[in-house]
Design a protein around this ligand. Structure first.
Ligand SMILES: [Zn+2]
Length: 242
């Protein structure tokens, strides 16, 4: 698994990037496609999470962005979304002592060979100059992906590990759908004495019927759009500066 992860890193460094929206070579996300990225839908954090931030609505190009960073193991996209997350948590209401992540399920670890949540959390911590540590242990059970909404709301079985007592902790994850995983993480951390739990995700799933269809990615029209409503155009060279 380690060998495969190393090989993926090597290929990632050698091969040019392709825009996840339209496939244009040389751009992490080209201008027209970044213009289709919609802000995350506004929603209250799932208790006992006290505050949360998210970069994008989980639709269109954002879905593909998450897939590249998470499922297809393209590290440059992981760096890109970590930068967006670092920006999203600038408005956090109080200082963060520790960044952590909900660990991947055993099945996902077997399939991927690496925990992308950990890579993302470590990248966010590095960018924000915050300490990072594994603070959660995941009990046996299935992954959240593919479960119905009720099962997802319950979240995975998590318990706190390490020194979390008295700390304000930021939990970093890829996508919030029901918020079940983040709530489970916050319950475990608060039970172990954490004094506050915040959360940040790359994307948040729009409420049913609340999708921003006008901004959804459409390959047929994406090149005709005015570039760039959110952030800047991300190029391969800009990703190398972290
Ligand atoms: Zn594009």
């Amino acid at each position: 698994m380690v060998l495969r992860a190393t090989l993926v890193d090597l290929l990632d460094a050698i091969l040019p990037a392709r825009c996840p929206g339209c496939g244009t070579w040389g751009a992490l996300v080209c201008g027209p496609c970044s213009a289709t990225l919609a802000p995350a839908p506004i929603a209250l954090p799932p208790p006992p999470v006290e505050w949360w931030a998210s970069c994008f609505a989980y639709e269109g190009v954002a879905r593909e962005l998450v897939a590249r960073a998470k499922y297809r193991n393209e590290r440059r996209f992981l760096v890109l979304v970590a930068r967006e997350l670092a920006r999203a948590i600038e408005s956090v209401p109080s200082s963060i002592d520790l960044v952590t992540w909900p660990p991947a399920s055993a099945a996902r670890m077997r399939a991927q060979g690496v925990d992308h949540g950990e890579l993302l959390a470590r990248a966010v911590a590095r960018l924000t100059g915050t300490s990072v540590a594994p603070c959660l242990y995941r009990g046996a059970g299935s992954a959240q992906t593919g479960l119905d909404a009720r099962a997802r709301r319950l979240g995975p079985s998590l318990r706190a590990i390490g020194r979390v007592c008295g700390a304000t902790i930021l939990v970093v994850d890829d996508v919030a759908t029901t918020g079940g995983t983040l709530a489970a993480a916050a319950r475990a951390l608060r039970a172990a004495g954490a004094c506050g739990v915040f959360a940040a995700t790359i994307a948040r799933t729009p409420r049913p019927g609340g999708r921003t269809e006008a901004l959804a990615y459409n390959p047929a029209t994406s090149t005709a759009r005015a570039p760039n409503s959110i952030g800047s155009t991300w190029t391969s060279s800009s990703s190398a500066s972290t």
